[in-house]
Design a protein around this ligand. Structure first.
Ligand SMILES: Cc1ncc(COP(=O)(O)O)c(C=O)c1O
Length: 399
């Protein structure tokens, strides 16, 4: 008799059997915490802000709790006030005119990016979704569950840490349904110029591909502010933009974001299925997210905080023979380890000898075309408080 597992959707198998990168890192971190005194391990491993949600947002959520008494289902595609806040923010930040009917509330960029391939992939066809490598894993996992194949577009020193469209063979471009773009890019911190975004839009239009632009780090940058794909006029036809309050406003515990598209053929099904499948982001969280989007002060303060952390750790890493890639955005630092070392070897030595935890780069990227572009790199999430970053820098400097 067939066992219960034979009832699983076969598309799940490669997702369920692949090692979860955080498992190894978590196990190592646990071991190190047992080795060292309490609080000694400094954790740059996971990209989860440790800074509090801004007070004005917390206060708004508290007030909304009393106003709404936590009763009633939320509007699944987004409460009117939250949608207004999104539209106002997109206009002020990127100068683009989007209407409230062209956006939809989501549980954040992870949820949205994982589910989007299911809207555009034909599981009976030989479809492909193009994902950056290294890149955010739900892009590829959502692709697999939808019944398509990920094509990993390597992002490395050789491509100047940008997606190189000439690396996409014509037979892949023909089969591609979705192109995942992420600028500023996790983990390299690289952000794409308006010209480069235009080039990707042109490629997608030419090949009839839906461009999914994950812009969840758009407010974390060190120099010039990043552009949105929405600023490219031709993107109106092919692009869906994702953004989130997780990184901009430290609202990871709230899981709230939005998708925006000017093409009703792309957004309409997302809004429709959201209404059929979800009760929506909690009212009080939508109220907090609206308040967050209307405040431009706290993102500016956070940019200064990340810049200080970056300046604190950069020279210390260079001092131990590493070559950090100067990030233009995100809160990640992508660091090339010394020539004779490996991602895992370097990160484990740092953890077990100095109590500094970071993410081995080969675990956040795939071997593809005979190379793993994350090999020889580690990723630092600049989320610990600056005093901790300073301690980490001192530990690196003291042999
Ligand atoms: C590129 C990228 N997209 C999305 C997310 C998650 O976003 P959210 O918290 O909105 O689900 C992350 C979080 O690390 C990320 O790095």
């Amino acid at each position: 008799m067939p066992g219960p597992l034979t009832k699983l959707n076969p598309n799940l198998e490669p997702i369920l059997t692949a090692p979860y990168p955080f498992d190894l890192v978590d196990a190592n971190k646990k071991k190190a915490r047992e080795m060292f005194p309490e609080g000694y391990v400094i954790d740059f491993g996971i990209g989860d802000p440790t800074d509090p949600v801004p007070e004005l947002v917390r206060k708004r959520m508290a007030a909304a709790t009393e106003e709404l008494k936590c009763s009633g289902y939320p509007a699944a595609v987004g409460d009117g006030d939250y949608l207004d806040a999104i539209v106002g923010w997109l206009k002020a930040r990127f100068g683009v005119d989007i209407s409230t009917g062209q956006v939809c509330a989501t549980y954040g960029a992870k949820y949205a990016s994982f589910h989007i391939p299911m809207f555009f992939v034909d599981p009976a066809a030989d479809d492909v979704c193009i994902v950056p490598n290294p890149g955010y894993p739900p892009y590829a996992d959502g692709t697999l569950l939808a019944g398509a194949e990920p094509f990993y577009l390597n992002i490395s020193e050789a491509t100047d840490f940008e997606p190189d469209l000439s690396e996409i063979p014509p037979n892949v471009a023909e089969r591609a349904r979705v192109f995942f773009l992420n600028s500023p890019h996790s983990p390299t911190g690289r952000m794409l110029s308006l010209e480069k975004l235009g080039e990707v839009v042109g490629f997608c239009l030419q090949n009839n591909i839906v461009l999914v632009s994950d812009e969840c780090y758009s407010e974390l940058y060190y120099g010039d502010a990043p552009h949105s794909v929405l600023e490219v006029p031709q993107s109106a036809e092919c692009a869906i933009v994702l953004n989130s309050l997780s990184k901009r406003s430290m609202m990871t515990s709230c899981a709230v974001g939005f998708v925006a598209s000017r093409n009703p053929e792309l957004l309409g099904p997302i809004r429709s299925i959201t209404r059929k499948s979800a009760q929506g982001v909690a009212n009080i969280i939508q109220a907090g997210a609206a308040a967050a989007l209307r405040d431009q002060v706290h993102p500016e303060q956070m940019r200064a905080v990340y810049a200080e952390r970056l300046q604190t750790i950069l020279p210390a890493l260079e001092g131990v023979g590493c070559s950090p890639v100067r990030p233009q955005g995100t809160f990640f630092l992508w660091v090339k380890v010394p020539e004779d070392d490996t991602s895992l070897g370097f990160s484990e030595r740092l953890l077990f000898e100095k109590g500094i935890n970071c993410m081995p780069g080969n675990l956040v990227s795939k071997e593809w075309g005979g190379v793993n572009p994350g090999g020889g790199f580690v990723r630092f999430a600049l989320v610990p408080p600056v005093e901790k970053v300073r301690q980490a820098a001192e530990r690196l400097q003291t042999g």
